[in-house]
Design a protein. Structure first.
Length: 287
């Protein structure tokens, strides 16, 4: 509601950024976000609809594949089409909103050529005469307007890339703006890959810690001959899972060679895992 407040003429980038963060944090964030955005884009208040379209474009630029997959479904595309269709809201939607919606859908046919449903939806609009001709995408808006960059982005840490981007964005030449677009896309991909690496590391180390703790408890009972057949099966399953986690930790270590703190954390988890596996072999063999 704050990000699409029709009483404000300027975009509230802080709210839009928080909205994007929530979309990324929630498993079903893209689904819920697109339902909310569809409702706002269909608003009879022009300002609210235009703000919602800005939020939508920013999400496309910041929320990754899960959002793209959900937005490319007919379920959402049909809600956008309703804004243009005279059978639905097109009779009272403002020309500015309809023009922007058309531009958004057309831009997706350019940026996501692999999404067949987007292509089909746009061609249907042209066949029905709702879209007379392809809109001309502004040269200075090759990507959706980006939300404020998070701290510690590649542009904050790589001075050379930051200077190059600033120079390209100041240029009036279309080829420089296209180069800026490619640079932004490559950096977004790089940051998404880094985020995925961090997520894999945190999840794997957490699983190692929990498995080692549980294995220690079962081994203690095993030493006292108090392990039930069901617990023995659990211990065996834990042992097998921990064996599979070892090569995963090695891969994570190779990814984190440049990050001393992360590497130390992974190696510590690896040591705990090796010790637990060794204890399990020793205790079971001894019994």
């Amino acid at each position: 509601d704050e990000a699409t407040d029709p009483s404000t003429s300027e975009e509230n980038w802080e709210c839009i950024q928080r909205f994007c963060e929530q979309v990324n944090a929630d498993t079903e964030g893209p689904l819920f976000a697109l339902r909310l955005l569809a409702h706002k884009i269909q608003s009879p208040q022009e300002g609210e609809a235009l703000h919602a379209l800005t939020v939508l474009e920013t999400c496309v630029n910041n929320c990754g594949d899960r959002f793209h997959s959900e937005m490319a479904k007919f379920r959402f595309l049909n809600e956008l089409i309703k804004v243009l269709s005279p059978k639905y809201y097109g009779i009272w939607s403002s020309e500015k909103v309809k023009s922007r919606v058309t531009e958004v859908i057309f831009s997706w046919t350019v940026w996501f050529p692999q999404e067949v449903k987007i292509q089909d939806a746009y061609q249907m609009l042209k066949k029905q005469g709702i879209v007379k001709e392809d809109p001309k995408l502004p040269e200075d808006k090759i990507l959706p307007p980006p939300s404020p960059r998070p701290q510690n982005s590649v542009f904050d840490t790589d001075e050379e890339k930051s200077k190059l981007l600033a120079r390209l964005l100041k240029s009036s030449h279309p080829e420089d703006l296209q180069a800026a677009n490619r640079l932004i896309q490559s950096v977004i991909k790089e940051e998404q890959e880094k985020s995925a690496q961090v997520s894999r590391r945190v999840n794997t180390i957490s699983e190692v810690s929990e498995n080692v703790r549980r294995m220690d408890e079962l081994l203690e009972d095993y030493r006292r001959h108090e392990l039930s057949p069901a617990d023995q099966e659990t211990l065996q399953a834990l042992f097998q899972r921990c064996e599979k986690l070892r090569p995963l930790l090695f891969r994570l270590a190779s990814e984190a060679v440049a990050d001393e703190e992360a590497l130390a954390e992974i190696l510590q988890a690896s040591d705990k895992l090796s010790w637990a596996l060794g204890q399990c072999r020793q205790v079971v063999a001894g019994q």
